[in-house]
Design a protein around this ligand. Structure first.
Ligand SMILES: Nc1nc2c(ncn2[C@@H]2O[C@H](COP(=O)(O)OP(=O)(O)OP(=O)(O)O)[C@@H](O)[C@H]2O)c(=O)[nH]1
Ligand SMILES: [Mg+2]
Length: 436
């Protein structure tokens, strides 16, 4: 089972840079296992780094997991180990060494001096993929901002930390642009981008408020990158979002109407996926896109059941949700890609997550159960109240019909008696007239 999974996680993804006819960088990957981390976890993480590196368009030709008790402040892995890896990378004619852990600017410079080639970390690779995948205006602004914030502390004289030649990982801006390298101009650019982002966030906020006023439940699809979020959105609605066997294919959010049957509608959004050790700066920059999830009434948390470590993916997603303040929102766990699971694996996951809905978004399997469960989850958000509304407050009767479901309506000499099911957040506006 392990070897089958291994090969799946190491399968080749479409290299973006080769399409542009640029010489492909040869990459060497380094993971560091510190006390408290398991070898399996770190190896899985390194395999994922290989996928990320490929997605960024470089060729990960070899990797090494280094065990250490403490982090060396100067070189992360210790100067002896660095020298040893330096000879190896020289012999292999490596263009870039990619670390799985975050390197400080000083560590990056020192390692660059030893390896005599580019040295980047996981964060730079993720930023690079985002830069290459950004298409919308807002997406590009968010990515450029994250890149500049990452680069600013790493600029120190010319030709030290990053060679800035070639055009490999860590040198590209969004789209075809080249990243600014002058400190003063970077600072000016950062302020300008921050302002543009604020304007865009305001616009989005207005749109969200309008939807909220319409009292349609908001659902957001969240999950690990490549879990099948966009495939699910397409299967549930008529959206035609790009689906690719690529990490971070989706950077922008797409919002669609979801028909829940019996005249009930919801609004459902697909958005950027998460990954282990998602750079904090990126989360910061993508806050306005992620707000789609942070303000939802229900999260559909999509997990790729065929992944080597679905539980690890899930935990990484929960971490990011906490970081954006979305961890209190009700979550429905959706295990996807069941078509790739053996009966035994499926049963194991069903035992692990008895409350989850199991689907194959690609084969449209399990979707009616999913719709039903979504309905049930949204209904949990409703309370049933009896209201006695005097005739002079007739507008409240109309409001009850608009925001809730009126189960029974009677009239006596003082006013209307309604039995109504209301969303929790609406209860306050009516509680004054509640009789039970
Ligand atoms: N076998 C199988 N493959 C699936 C299923 N759902 C999605 N996929 C595939 O998984 C890959 C990723 O799907 P996407 O829908 O793009 O995933 P995503 O979560 O939106 O990914 P990002 O936007 O990159 O974060 C694609 O190759 C899909 O065809 C499924 O149910 N079964
Ligand atoms: Mg997607």
């Amino acid at each position: 089972m392990t070897s089958e999974h291994q090969s799946r996680s190491r399968r080749r993804l479409t290299a973006t840079v080769t399409d542009l006819d640029v010489a492909v960088q040869k990459a060497f990957l380094v993971g560091v296992q510190l006390p408290g981390m398991t070898t399996v976890e770190e190896e899985n993480s390194l395999d994922e780094l290989a996928l990320l590196t490929e997605t960024a368009g470089s060729d990960p030709i070899d990797q090494e997991l280094v065990k250490r008790n403490v982090v060396d402040p100067a070189t992360f892995i210790g100067s002896g180990k660095a020298e040893e890896l330096g000879s190896l990378t020289k012999a292999l004619d490596i263009d870039v060494v990619v670390f799985d852990q975050a390197l400080s600017p000083a560590q990056q410079r020192n390692l660059h001096a030893i390896f005599k080639c580019d040295v980047v970390d996981r964060e730079a690779v993720i930023l690079d993929i985002f830069a290459q995948h950004a298409t919308s205006k807002v997406g590009s602004i968010q990515v450029e901002l994250a890149l500049l914030r990452y680069h600013l502390p790493r600029l120190r004289g010319k030709g030290t930390a990053l060679s800035q030649q070639g055009g490999g990982i860590g040198t590209r801006g969004p789209g075809e642009t080249k990243l600014e390298t002058d400190r003063r101009r970077i600072l000016a650019r950062i302020s300008k981008l921050e302002k543009q982002l604020k304007d865009a966030a305001r616009h989005r906020e207005t749109q969200r408020k309008r939807r909220r006023r319409a009292e349609v439940p908001q659902i957001a699809i969240v999950g690990y990158t490549n879990a099948g979020k966009s495939t699910l959105l397409n299967a549930l609605t008529d959206a035609e979002v790009l689906v690719q066997d690529q990490l971070f294919a989706t950077l922008d959010s797409t919002v669609r109407k979801l028909d829940l049957g019996e005249g009930r509608d919801a609004v459902i959004a697909d958005t950027v996926g998460f990954v282990r050790r998602l750079p904090h700066g990126l989360v910061e920059s993508f806050r306005s896109t992620l707000a789609e999830s942070a303000e939802a009434d229900l999260l559909l948390h999509v997990v790729d059941g065929s992944d080597v470590d679905p539980k690890g993916q899930m935990d990484a997603v929960l971490d990011v949700l906490a970081e954006i303040g979305a961890n209190e929102i009700p979550q429905l766990l959706v295990v996807n890609k069941t078509d790739l699971l053996s009966d035994a694996d499926l049963e194991r996951l069903q035992n692990l997550w008895p409350e989850a809905v199991f689907i194959s978004a690609q084969e449209s399997k399990g979707l009616s159960t999913l719709r039903e469960t979504i309905n049930e989850e949204l209904a949990k958000d409703l309370v049933t109240m009896t209201l006695a509304i005097p005739y002079e407050r007739g507008e409240l009767v109309a409001a009850a019909h608009r925001v809730g479901e009126v189960l029974e309506e009677k009239h006596d000499e003082e006013g209307s008696i309604l039995e109504v099911r209301l969303p929790l957040r609406e209860v306050d506006s009516f509680s004054q007239f509640s009789t039970g």
